[in-house]
Design a protein around this ligand. Structure first.
Ligand code: CTP
Ligand code: MG
Length: 390
C-alpha cells in the first residue's frame, strides 16, 4: 500500500446551509462523498483511502462497500487539522499522500493519477491556467496590481506529496500555529517544491447550493445519468364520520354535525399529504412513522406531524416542490375553507400557498363517501433533491 488518498470531509458545510453534512447531500442519486470515493476506487494509481470525517459520515461511507477505504480518522476544527489527522493514520509504508477534498466529487481518476505520478519528484498540485484576469486589490477595494495572467493558475485538490514529508510539514505548521487554506502553502513553507499539473476546470468544489446543480450537470454529462432530482408520491386516507368529533381537514376545523373518527385528530387530508410526501422519498408510510397504537399520537395534531415529516424529508436530502389533493366528501360543503387549508398546509411545509392545491368533490351520492359514512382524501406530492431547485 504505497499511494494513499487522504480525503478531508469533516467540514461543517456552513455556506451550504443544509441541515445535514454537505458531503452526504444527494447528487445524481448518490451522496456527494460517494462520487469522490468512487473516483479514488477507480483510479489505478491509488492503493488505499483514508477518510477524515465525523462519525455519522464515516458510518454511512463504510456501508458503500469501497474496497480501498481502509482507514478513517475524525476531523479537526480546521481543514488543516483534518488533513493532519488523516496523515497521522497512514501506515509506515505509505510513500505518497494524495490529499483531495471530499467536497470535490467531480474529480476524475485521471486527475488523481496525474498528481500521484508527479509527486514522485516532490509535491504536485492540480489546477489549470487562470481563465479570468485576476487583479490584486488593497483593503480599500482599489486595484493595486495586475499580475501577468500567463503565470497564474487556479489551483484545486488533489495535491500530492511524499507522505512522510507532508506529515512532518503539517506537524511543524501545527506547532508554529501556521494555518493555510491549501496544502501547497504548508508544503512550500517547509521546503517542499510543488509542481502544478494540468487538472480539470470541471473539478469544482461543492460549496453553496448552486454548486450542487453545477456538479450534477458535470457528472450527468460524464456518466450519462440524468439529473432527475424530482420525485413524486401518492397518498390516500379514509376516516369514518361520527357524531361527537370535530371535523378537521388540512388543519382547519370545519363546522359540521359530525367529525372524523381516529386515533389522532383524524385529519384525512393532512394524512394523505403526509403519505404522498413520504412516498415521494420512499420513506415508508405514516403508520410506520406515527403508529396508531402509540399513546403519543392520541388526538395528535396532524399538522404537527406534517412538520415532522418535512424535517424527515430534509434530513434525507429532499425539499417539497408542490402538493395537490382532492377531498371526497358528500357533505359538508368545503369550498369556503379551501384557502385556509392551503395556507395551513403550506405553512407547515415551508412552501408558498400556491404550491399547495386542495380541491373537493362529491360522488353524487355514490359509494361510502356519497352515503356520508366517511371522507376520503387523495394527494400527490413532488419533492426535489436539495440544490437542484432551491
Ligand atoms: N474540511 C475538513 N475539516 C474541516 C473543514 C473542512 O475536513 N474542519 C474539508 C471539507 O469537508 C471539504 C474540504 O475540507 O471537503 C474543503 O472545505 P470547504 O469546502 O470549506 O467545506 P466546509 O468547511 O464543510 O464548508 P464551509 O466552509 O462552508 O463550512
Ligand atoms: Mg470551510
Amino acid at each position: 500500500m504505497s499511494v494513499w488518498a487522504v480525503i478531508p470531509a469533516a467540514g461543517r458545510g456552513e455556506r451550504m446551509g443544509a441541515d445535514m453534512p454537505k458531503v452526504l447531500l444527494p447528487l445524481l442519486g448518490e451522496p456527494v462523498l460517494w462520487w469522490t470515493l468512487s473516483a479514488c476506487e477507480d483510479c489505478g494509481a491509488i492503493d488505499a483511502v483514508c477518510l477524515v470525517a465525523p462519525g455519522e459520515v464515516l458510518r454511512e461511507a463504510e456501508r458503500w462497500g469501497f474496497r480501498k477505504l481502509l482507514r478513517t480518522a475524525l476531523g479537526g476544527k480546521s481543514r488543516g487539522e483534518s488533513v493532519l489527522a488523516g496523515l497521522e493514520e497512514l501506515p509506515g509504508d505509505a510513500v505518497i499522500a494524495v490529499i483531495h477534498d471530499g467536497a470535490r466529487p467531480c474529480v476524475t481518476p485521471q486527475t488523481l493519477a496525474a498528481v500521484a505520478e508527479a509527486a514522485r519528484e516532490g509535491g504536485a498540485a492540480s489546477g489549470f491556467p487562470a481563465r479570468d484576469t485576476i487583479q490584486q486589490a488593497g483593503t480599500d477595494g482599489f486595484v493595486e496590481a495586475t499580475p501577468e495572467r500567463a503565470a497564474l493558475w487556479a489551483v484545486q485538490t488533489p495535491q500530492a506529496f511524499g507522505a512522510a514529508a507532508i506529515r512532518s510539514a503539517y506537524r511543524r505548521a501545527r506547532a508554529e500555529g501556521f494555518e493555510a487554506t491549501d496544502d501547497v502553502a504548508v508544503a512550500r513553507r517547509y521546503g517542499i517544491r510543488v509542481r502544478l499539473t494540468a487538472g480539470d476546470p470541471g473539478n469544482i468544489k461543492v460549496t453553496s447550493p448552486s454548486d450542487l446543480a453545477a456538479a450534477a450537470g458535470i457528472l450527468a454529462a460524464r456518466t450519462g445519468r440524468t439529473p432527475g432530482g424530482v420525485r413524486v408520491g401518492i397518498g390516500i386516507d379514509t376516516h369514518r364520520l361520527e357524531a361527537g368529533r370535530p371535523l378537521i381537514l388540512g388543519g382547519v376545523t370545519v363546522p359540521y354535525e359530525r367529525g372524523l373518527a381516529g386515533h389522532s385528530d383524524a385529519d384525512a387530508l393532512t394524512h394523505a399529504v403526509i403519505d404522498a410526501l413520504l412516498g415521494a422519498a420512499a420513506l415508508d408510510d405514516i403508520g410506520v412513522h406515527f403508529p396508531d397504537n402509540d399513546e403519543r399520537y392520541r388526538d395528535a395534531d396532524s399538522i404537527a406531524l406534517l412538520r415532522e415529516v418535512r424535517a424527515k424529508l430534509r434530513a434525507a436530502g429532499y425539499r417539497v416542490v408542490n402538493v395537490d389533493a382532492t377531498v371526497v366528501a358528500q357533505r359538508p360543503r368545503l369550498r369556503g375553507h379551501i384557502t385556509d387549508m392551503r395556507a395551513r398546509l403550506a405553512e407547515a411545509l415551508g412552501i408558498a400557498p400556491d404550491a399547495v392545491s386542495v380541491k373537493a368533490t362529491t360522488t353524487e351520492g355514490l359509494g361510502p363517501e356519497g352515503r356520508g359514512e366517511g371522507i376520503t382524501a387523495h394527494a400527490i406530492a413532488a419533492v426535489a433533491q436539495y440544490g437542484l431547485l432551491r
